[in-house]
Design a protein around this ligand. Structure first.
Ligand code: HEC
Length: 204
């Protein structure tokens, strides 16, 4: 090897000392591994969400996860997607049919609750705040409504109020027949005079 550098402005990889070559190689490997796991995570979370082949991740799967399928409920998407391995096919179909038929309480007590108790309650008993709680009819009803995907909401109105301490997310303001749900708020001049609330108009 001659002493002439291969490049005028920087040193070529092959000219670096051994220790630096190992360092750079390991850095690339770690980044690559992170990327790989991110891909696996995406695949595992979203593949089959839209009801297609559960071994393939498609554009529609991602779309369904974030905007909702527009057809079924969250329960139905979960039963076709990530939760499909939790119970036999016929029981899943029974749950889906029940949701489609309006999800009445009588059938819940006789048919639905036993299946949930056996297959789902080990995780969905409310002990984990990050996953839906299925104890009781009213809790279950929350996931049987139209699937609108992850919680992304549109702030439609900005409403000024006299300052108060008891504002909470989700509180509703009423003006005539119109209802506005408060999503975020702040005290614009931080002097405790007013609050600006960003709200979403909701149907009564
Ligand atoms: C081993 C634990 C476990 C069992 C058993 C289980 N789940 Fe889940 N479930 C989870 C976890 C963890 C999540 C949150 C991760 C996710 O959204 O993919 C979840 C999320 C869900 C969601 C919400 C999906 C969404 O759109 O946010 C529904 C609905 C659901 N499960 C239904 C069920 C039903 C129905 C059963 C029984 C047939 C069941 N799960 C059994 C662990 C479980």
């Amino acid at each position: 090897m001659s002493d002439m550098p291969l490049h005028r402005l920087y040193r070529h990889y092959s000219e670096l000392p051994y220790s630096q070559r190992v360092l750079y190689t390991m850095t690339l490997l770690v980044l690559g591994l992170g990327y790989l796991f991110a891909l696996i995570y995406l695949f595992h979370t979203y593949a089959g969400r839209a009801g297609g082949n559960p071994m393939m991740l498609s554009y529609n799967d991602i779309l369904t996860a974030y905007t909702g399928s527009g057809k079924g409920s969250r329960l139905e998407s979960a039963l076709r997607g990530p939760m499909s391995t939790m119970l036999p096919h016929d029981e899943a179909n029974m749950l889906i049919t029940w949701v489609h038929d309006g999800g009445d309480r009588a059938k819940y007590d006789t048919d639905i609750k036993p299946v949930l108790d056996q297959r789902c309650m080990s995780c969905h008993d409310g002990s984990n705040p990050h996953i839906p709680n299925f104890s009781g009819y009213d809790n279950l009803k929350k996931v049987t409504e139209q699937d609108t995907g992850a919680d992304v909401f549109t702030l439609t109105h900005r409403i000024w109020l006299r300052f108060r301490h008891d504002i909470q997310a989700g509180m509703r303001l009423r003006k005539g027949a119109r209802i506005f749900a408060i999503r975020v708020w702040r005290d614009p001049d931080e002097r405790g005079n007013y609050l600006v609330c960003l709200c979403e108009e909701v149907r009564p």
